[in-house]
Design a protein around this ligand. Sequence first.
Ligand code: FAD
Length: 409
Amino acid sequence: MIDFELSTPARAIQGMTRQFALGSIRPHARQADTDGEMPESVIKNLAAIGMGGGSMPAGSKGEKEAGADSKPRENNLVACIGAENMAFGDPAVVMNIPGPGLAAPAINAMGTEEQKERWLGIFDIKDGQLRYGAYAYTEAHFGSDTSQIATTAKRDGDEWILNGHKIFCTNGARADIVVVFATIDKSMGREGIKAFVVEKGTPGFTVGKIEEKLGIKASETAELVLDDVRVPMDHLLGGEDALKPAVKAGFVGAMKTFDSSRPMVAALGLGIGQAAFEYVTDWVAREMPSGYPFRKRTDVALTLADMERELKASRYMVWKSAWMADRGIPNTKEASMAKAYAPKAAYDVCAKAVEIMGPEGYSKEHLVEKWYRDIKIYDIFEGTGQIQRVVISRRIMGYLDKEDPAKIN
Ligand SMILES: Cc1cc2nc3c(=O)[nH]c(=O)nc-3n(C[C@H](O)[C@H](O)[C@H](O)COP(=O)(O)OP(=O)(O)OC[C@H]3O[C@@H](n4cnc5c(N)ncnc54)[C@H](O)[C@@H]3O)c2cc1C
């Protein structure tokens, strides 16, 4: 049976996050963009309403204590609904929500049970401390082709020594832990790629430049330098098992991470599109002079109809891919479809919103110019639009039947 209704808890989250976005986030959006950071009060309020904190895996101690029952989990769907609304408030705020961030899906996908408890447990915000996690894959010479890692990890007794440069790491400078991808032996190709948890303050682990960006300016993006960084053996995600021959733990883990992170990034893009759509719709209703030529009014009305259609289609794709992830149904293709579709649709919506408003759309008087700048990144990180199409086409052509899924990124 197909059910297009959200569950009662999911609807409650939807209502609560939208209200919070409009009342407590949107009013700070312009200033945060100018200052290049979110006010701490907004971040604390986010934590106070339960956004952020740990991201415990299914069946973990934390979840059992929280009284999880046997109903299908909705973590991914609810996260997408919350993400859409947070981005609707302001796109950069989501990156500022305290918590493990992209370190969570990586740890959940690759960590041992003990590692999940240990590393995700630190994001329990009961002590009032706001903590961050980050995920460092990208290097100067690659982003899309995730097998090209040059950062190295060499074993030395009971420790690993990491050396390399990571760039464009979201929250990299303030993260308490960073999941760093490195190769233990370049000649092993993808099998050699492993993930390590590196704690802030570890000797040799330093922050390079902080990027100045076109959009999401209130989100911190950092370069990270690893210079003979020593981490204990048990910071290798997956433990000793990750070293067994033919285990592509790091690479496969990174790919698995995308199955839940791509719907969420698509949802964030969708939230920006929705914001631009609602803003321009209100503007049209308010500002369009009654004497506007009929042809022009028809054109605007049809453009609004196109926007609404594209956003709705995006939302169904996002929700379906998240719903599949919640049920453990393989969703790589659907996650990529949502990621390829929603940010592109939202980009077009933002561009049209600027166009409809004319010079006002280009002015800092209105947030549409900011959303137009902010939206582009959602088509880039977590795999560019082109890469999503590569993933989809490989699945359509059935490569998976013959090839190792680890070869598909
Ligand atoms: C604000 C921001 C935050 C980020 N945060 C993080 C983070 O937290 N952690 C992290 O690890 N990374 C992060 N990144 C990096 C991001 O994930 C990469 O920029 C992205 O994966 C694209 O890689 P690239 O920039 O190297 O582009 P490239 O891979 O060099 O691609 C350049 C162009 O070529 C196209 N292309 C590449 N390969 C193919 C192909 N096979 N077929 C068709 N077209 C192709 C791409 O689509 C793109 O248009 C962030 C980037 C930004 C801008």
